[in-house]
Design a protein around this ligand. Sequence first.
Ligand code: CA2
Length: 145
Amino acid sequence: MKILVLNGPNLNLLGEREPEIYGYTTLKDIENEILEYSKAFEGVEIDFFQSNHEGEIVDKIQAAKGVYDGIVINPAAYTHTSVAIADAIKAVNLPAVEIHLSNINSREDFRKKSITASSCIGQISGFGKNSYLAGLYCLIKYLEK
Ligand code: CA2
């Protein structure tokens, strides 16, 4: 089973800025933790991709068809704006789990609306780096069905 973990804009800055919201853990730390966690599931392979560019994220989702079985995605700010990413997830027809470090429902009003979540099988929000692990777990269980 191959899973793509996709991260959107500014998540490359994790651990460096706004630690009061996003914590001190870097994206590399999170990726290492995901890899460690994935060892609990036999035959699960993970690849990572981060981009600050909407079109690159759309290209990566399109290229995932036939290569990956599912996607864990933190679209970051594009969560709230990107019809293009929502359409790409729908178009490839791969199960995707949307995750957020922060609880988007307890923040500013503009963060409460996710454009991309309706293209996903589910959303996990508010558990810091554990949102990624929970998203991976749920996606694996979904794919095992
Ligand atoms: O909570 C999340 O995971 C978000 O997807 C993070 C996005 C935000 O726009 C979403 O509303 C919720 C922001 C990611 C930016 O990450 C930064 C990391 C360090 C410093 C500044 C931004």
